[in-house]
Structure formats: structure tokens, C-alpha cells
Ligand binder design. Structure first.
Ligand code: SAM
Length: 284
């Protein structure tokens, strides 16, 4: 049987079930087998892997994950896709479709359950783009984390996750994400390989969560500090950081203690520098 991620089979399935892609659920189905194969191939190798997928759609990527992993658990929000998946996933009994909004999944329970059964959980998905960041932070902030997350998103969002200091894409989201995970660009994907075709290109990013995030003891406080430093991009870090500690002299003193020139802009500061600033501000 032809792969699901082909133009003809996708069309055939959508017609058979009289389905149109739903914008409100961010539905853009992949129709290029080499792309789904490459995404599935890029998840870390290992034994007894369980792929956790967010939004299987009609099963294009799910099928490739099923061919490579001992188990697949896929969360789909759209009722209308359940009968489709029952048919397309019928050859793969180790694929379990759960009808649930992924943002409501109890990740601690899920990861504990899988680990007790001896599985190594990995996340792999072509994300619904309207909730890319909430899904990622749901994963990052869980107490029991999945250490590898390989996901497709809009290219301009991907560029922010992997950005380097002093580039236009480097912002608070970059620093906060790179603090919790190592972020790697896996591949760029042109808009032409989707049905329907989105307005922008996509990219796949792989996040490898750090086992022991460095230094910042209070994650929330660190996040607030970084966000505060990027409030007004054109201003100096002194100006922005003053808003965080509410005292200009103190802000200057702390920046100097962290060996950050107060006249610099936040976008030039590395993750290490933000961590030092956090330490001298809250833990010295
Ligand atoms: N994996 C398929 C593919 O690559 O062709 C479909 C990807 S499509 C970009 C996103 C999928 O996520 C859709 O099937 C959509 O219904 C589903 N979805 C949207 N919001 C969701 C949510 N909160 N929880 C679970 N699935 C969701």
C-alpha cells in the first residue's frame, strides 16, 4: 500500500471521509513521503522507543513512527479524524490513538507509566502551529520530562529557537528555551509539501532537554528576568533591567557585578550572561 503522506493517497482519504482540513485545528497535512521519513529518522536511536505524537491528522507521520518505534501514542483533538485513523492505523496494532487535547495531558502520569513499562518516550510531531509555544512549554515544564522532542513548526518560529546572540531572531523566547534545552535545526520544509498549502515555510527543530538546567533555582523568576530584559528591544540592558529590579543604581551595580556592560543591548547577551545576572540578582 502507498504511504499515507503522498498527494494521491491524502486526497483519496480526505475525499472518502468527505473531510476538509480545519483551520481552527491548524490542519495542514504532509504529502511528501521523503519528508515524513526524514522526520521519523531524526528521532534518537534506541531500544523500546515510544513515540508520543501530537496531532496525527490522517496518520502520515504516525505511519513512519509506527515503522520505527515499538509503541506510538498519538493525541488527536478532532473527532472527525478518529474513524480515518482507525482505518489508516489498522495495520499497526502498536499505535494507540487518544482523543484528547494534548494541552490537557497529564505528562507526569504518561511518562511514569511508559518508563515503568520499560519504554523510552520521545516526542515527534508536525505541530498545530497556532499552539506551538504552549505545547512546547507544556512539555518543558512538566516535572517528568521527555528528553527528546522533534517537531515541525513555522520556519520563522524555528529560527527564534535556534538563534544566536546579536541576530534579529534572538529574543526572550530564545534564551528561555535554550536554558531548558539544546535546540538544533533538523531540516527546512517548503510550504509546497502540505495540503492545504500554508502561507509560510516550515522547519523541524529537535530539542534535547538538559537533565539538570544550569544555575537558575527558581525557573519562574529567571523567566521574568529575561522577559524584563527584552521589554524594549531598542533600549540598553540597563534601561530594561531597571524595570526588573525597580532601581537604576541597583540595576547598574548588578550588571557590573555580572560583568555585563550596562550600555549593551540584551540581544547581545549570551545565555551564560543572563544566568550570571540572575545569580548575582537573586542568589548572592
Ligand atoms: N500529523 C499530521 C501530518 O503531519 O500530516 C497532521 C499535522 S496538522 C499540522 C496538526 C494536527 O494537530 C491536526 O490533526 C489537528 O487536528 C491536531 N490538533 C490541533 N490541536 C490539537 C490539540 N490541542 N491536541 C491534539 N491535537 C491537536
Amino acid at each position: 500500500m502507498k504511504a499515507i503522506a503522498t498527494v494521491s493517497r491524502t486526497k483519496e482519504i480526505l475525499e472518502k471521509y468527505e473531510l476538509n482540513a480545519k483551520k481552527k485545528f491548524g490542519q495542514n497535512f504532509l504529502t511528501e513521503p521523503s519528508v515524513v521519513e526524514r522526520i521519523a529518522d531524526s528521532i534518537p536511536k534506541g531500544t523500546k522507543r515510544c513515540a508520543i505524537e501530537i496531532g496525527p491528522g490522517i496518520g502520515a507521520l504516525t505511519e513512519q513512527l509506527a515503522l520505527r518505534c515499538e509503541k506510538v501514542i498519538a493525541y488527536e483533538i478532532d473527532d472527525d479524524l478518529l474513524p480515518v485513523l482507525a482505518e489508516t492505523m489498522a495495520p499497526y496494532p502498536h499505535v494507540e490513538i487518544r482523543h484528547q487535547d494534548f494541552l490537557t495531558v497529564d505528562l507526569n502520569a504518561l511518562v511514569s507509566e511508559l518508563e515503568e513499562e520499560g519504554y523510552t518516550p520521545v516526542v515527534c510531531a508536525n505541530l498545530p502551529y497556532y499552539i506551538t509555544t504552549p505545547i512546547l512549554f507544556h512539555l518543558f515544564e512538566a516535572e517528568k520530562q521527555v528528553s527528546s522532542i522533534t517537531v515541525m513548526m513555522q520556519k520563522e518560529v524555528a529560527d527564534r529557537f535556534v538563534a544566536k546572540p546579536s541576530t534579529k531572531d534572538y529574543n526572550a523566547l530564545t534564551v528561555i528555551t535554550q536554558y531548558v534545552a539544546d535546540c538544533k535545526m533538523v531540516m527546512k520544509v517548503p510550504k509546497e509539501v502540505f495540503n492545504p498549502r500554508p502561507h509560510v515555510d516550515s522547519a523541524v527543530v529537535q530539542f534535547t532537554l538538559r537533565k539538570y538546567p544550569r544555575v537558575a533555582k527558581d525557573h519562574g523568576q529567571f523567566v521574568e528576568l529575561v522577559k524584563g530584559c527584552f521589554t524594549q528591544r531598542r533600549k540598553t540592558i540597563l534601561n530594561n533591567f531597571t524595570g526588573v529590579v525597580r532601581n537604576k543604581d541597583l540595576a547598574k551595580e548588578l550588571l557590573e557585578k555580572a560583568e555585563i556592560d550596562p550600555s549593551r543591548r540584551s540581544e547581545t547577551c549570551t545565555l551564560e550572561e543572563f544566568l550570571t545576572l540572575y545569580e548575582v540578582t537573586y542568589h548572592d
